[in-house]
Design a protein around this ligand. Structure first.
Ligand SMILES: NC(=O)c1ccc[n+]([C@@H]2O[C@H](COP(=O)([O-])OP(=O)(O)OC[C@H]3O[C@@H](n4cnc5c(N)ncnc54)[C@H](O)[C@@H]3O)[C@@H](O)[C@H]2O)c1
Ligand SMILES: [Zn+2]
Length: 361
């Protein structure tokens, strides 16, 4: 088992990467002190695969355990789904000392985290990510939330988990498209923080099916980066904004297509291509570096163009309602070198428009 501490002043916790660790979840949670009841929050697919294992482990450790599902998919990441969790919390008589277990991808994790942070003004949540994206990103750092029809993640809280348990075995059932999408966030860490990781990814013969040793390395490097950034800036006062690299255009694409066309990671891949080109157009980094980034994204079999039915004006409009707008100007995270980005860069609309127009496939 590999343990990566997230050493926050108020809420320190561990990320544990543990092959077969689902069986030990109850044991790990019992170490954290008195908990009477646990409510497993999942979706029907994940619960069918892994619910029994998790519930067995929790029961064996002495937790009174129940489970609730929310519908799968980004489209269902809204307050009505969170209400189902509240209803189950009520029925299962959760108390301040009880615990939610988020068993699923980022959608489940964000909603279970949000429910935990608001139920009885805050109960504990353990994140047990089952997608690669949630393992390397969403489960760590305490951002929770749901979408509003007007924009993604507009409603949310900061609420750190008490444990993040990553069991790489569960990736065996994850659809390959989901694994590919998650690679976008791994590539993101290479650009924003870890040039060595970026080079390693370039050197791998393929990013499709990393063997278990390579996968562990990618998990460890990604979790370390996310943990380090979060520890330095828990509430996104500054540094943490670097994690939004690729997300400005990415969110606009997801939102402009009603969260139906792109997986989150695919949006991020396209958003990084756009941001890389904007940075090159503004002479912040070299066209060669932008090209290396695009080549790596393409190697991960992620999209580097979008279809022409997505209108540039619609994207610009969606960016206006994004959280990253300050005094009406869209602010970007832009790369200066592989391994280093600059935040809060105002981009002239003409430059942005030109880049977006050129990315129509
Ligand atoms: N809180 C944060 O800091 C943060 C960071 C990044 C992303 N996010 C959020 O995460 C969400 C995306 O998360 P995601 O990519 O994990 O998508 P997801 O949660 O929608 O999961 C993807 C699909 O995979 C299925 N699935 C999950 N695990 C599986 C498994 N082991 N086997 C088979 N199928 C499985 C799910 O049923 C779902 O259909 C977005 O809403 C995004 O905003 C949050
Ligand atoms: Zn993301």
């Amino acid at each position: 088992m590999i343990r990566i501490p997230v050493a926050l002043p108020m809420d320190s916790y561990d990320i544990r990467i543990d092959e077969g660790g689902l069986e030990r979840l109850g044991e790990y949670l019992a170490e954290l002190g008195k908990v009477n009841r646990a409510l497993v929050v999942s979706n029907p697919v994940v619960l069918r695969h892994y619910g029994a294992r998790v519930v067995r482990s929790l029961n064996a450790a002495g937790f009174e355990t129940a489970s609730v599902t929310v519908p799968a998919g980004e489209r269902h990441k809204h307050l009505r789904s969170v209400e189902r969790i509240y209803q189950a919390a009520l029925e299962h008589r959760l108390e301040r000392s009880s615990l939610l277990v988020a068993l699923g991808g980022g959608v489940v994790g964000d909603m279970a985290g949000f429910a935990a942070s608001t139920w009885l003004r805050g109960i504990r949540v353990a994140q047990v990510p089952t997608t690669l994206l949630a393992m390397v990103d969403a489960a760590i750092g305490g951002k929770t939330g749901v979408n509003h029809p007007v924009g993604k993640n507009l409603i949310g809280t900061f609420h750190q988990p008490c444990l993040v348990l990553i069991d790489p075995q569960v990736l065996g059932t994850l659809p390959p498209r989901e694994t590919r999408a998650a690679m976008a966030e791994v590539i993101k860490y290479g650009i924003i923080w870890d040039a060595d990781l970026f080079k390693r990814l370039e050197q791998l013969p393929s990013l499709q099916r990393p063997d278990s040793r390579t996968l562990t390395t990618l998990l460890v490097r990604s979790c370390q980066t996310k943990a380090e950034v979060v520890v330095r800036d828990e509430r996104e006062g500054g540094l943490r904004a670097i994690l939004n690299y690729g997300h400005t255009v990415g969110h606009a694409l997801e939102s402009a297509t009603a969260y139906r066309r792109y997986l989150h990671g695919e949006g991020v891949a396209l958003g990084m291509v756009a941001a890389g080109r904007v940075a090159a157009a503004m002479d912040l980094w070299s066209p060669e570096a932008a090209h290396r980034q695009e080549a790596l994204i393409a190697k991960a079999r992620l999209p580097v163009r979008w279809k022409c039915d997505i209108v540039t004006d619609a994207l610009l409009l969606h960016m206006q309602s994004d959280k990253k707008v300050e005094s009406g100007k869209v602010r970007f995270v832009l790369p200066e070198a592989i391994g280093r980005v600059r935040t809060g860069v105002g981009v002239p609309t003409e430059v942005l428009r030109r880049v977006l127009d050129a990315l129509h496939g």
